[in-house]
Design a protein around this ligand. Structure first.
Ligand code: NDP
Length: 278
């Protein structure tokens, strides 16, 4: 299996283009599942305070490095500040809680999970991330679920351009305008629910392409993402699926297949519209 390429963030930090997502991974399963992911070759793990599994994620990462399989610098771990911890002081406290749970000396990427525009605190929250970044506690900072208008407001006030915006993105919701804005501003796009929470695996267009290229529907979708330059963080509960989801770098989708997947844009979301989450 070809390894995931490393993409360079706007501050020079490297991030694997494929990671393992842990939303809905129960706390007690997090350590064994993340250990399985790392053993299969994943080097990028996505968690969040909300997921309630930071202890297990941290334990698996620490065990894997302490066993000498890799050095900590080879791994990339993301966590996120939850909506109820917006505000400068609250975000600093939330970071310390996450770090205690993860058991790390530093974090690779810390994101504001949702902009919560009605709270009006995302700029202040981001200032806390900038402070932690300037102190070297975090290697890169960014945001999640920011629409273009939220990013514009943030960029007006920020000293550090977010390295990443992690958003819902898949062929039903390709986020073309937002992706162009990211490209123009040096922000990497990370796709959450890259398989549409699994619903896209049943789509007839995806299944037909999978049949014709001899790959699984999940691999076709993830390959579409990486060919477009997105980073993907699929979640899976079995080693077989984890391995399948990482084995996407040794084949290429031809232009007609990419065009067919591009043509699936329907605006359908599996999650909430960020403007409505507070
Ligand atoms: P995904 O699009 O990754 O889909 C996950 C679903 O697809 C699960 O039901 C899984 O089943 C199934 N699946 C995965 N791989 C395969 C496969 N090869 N064959 C068949 N079925 C498969 O959805 P998520 O919502 O989990 O998103 C991925 C990650 O993105 C999250 O885990 C989280 O880290 C992040 N995220 C971030 C959000 C944010 O607000 N920033 C919001 C939502 C997600 P099973 O588990 O049973 O194997």
């Amino acid at each position: 299996m070809d390894p995931a390429p490393k993409l360079t963030l706007n501050n020079g930090v490297l991030m694997d283009q494929a990671g393992y997502g842990t939303y809905k991974v129960p706390a007690q399963d997090a350590a064994p599942l993340v250990n399985a992911a790392l053993s299969l070759g994943y080097r990028h793990i996505d968690t969040a305070a909300l997921y309630g599994n930071e202890e297990g994620v941290g334990q698996a990462v620490r065990n894997f490095t302490e066993a000498g399989h890799v050095v900590r610098e080879d791994l990339f771990v993301t966590s996120k500040v939850w909506n109820t911890d917006h505000g400068y002081d609250a975000a600093l406290r939330a970071f310390e809680t996450s770090m205690q749970k993860l058991g790390f000396d530093y974090l690779d990427l810390y994101l504001i999970h949702w902009p919560c525009p009605d709270r009006g605190l995302f700029v202040e929250t981001y200032k806390a991330l900038e402070k932690l970044y300037s102190e070297g506690r975090i290697r890169a900072i960014g945001v999640s679920n920011f629409n273009r208008e939220h990013l514009e407001e943030l960029l007006d006030a920020a000293s550090v351009v977010p390295a990443v915006n992690q958003v819902e993105l898949h062929p039903w919701l390709p986020q073309r305008d937002l992706r162009s804005f990211h490209e123009a501003n040096g922000i990497r796009t990370v796709a959450w629910s890259p398989l549409g929470r699994g619903a896209l695996l049943e789509d007839p267009v995806v299944r037909e392409i999978a049949g014709s290229v001899g790959r699984s529907p999940a691999q076709v979708l993830l390959r579409w993402h990486v060919q477009a330059g997105h980073t993907v963080i699929p979640k899976a509960s079995s080693e077989e699926r984890m391995a399948e989801n990482l084995d996407i770098f040794s084949f290429v989708l031809e232009p007609a297949h990419v065009a067919a997947l591009d043509g699936m844009d329907s605006g359908r979301r599996t999650g909430s519209n960020p403007s409505e989450v507070n």
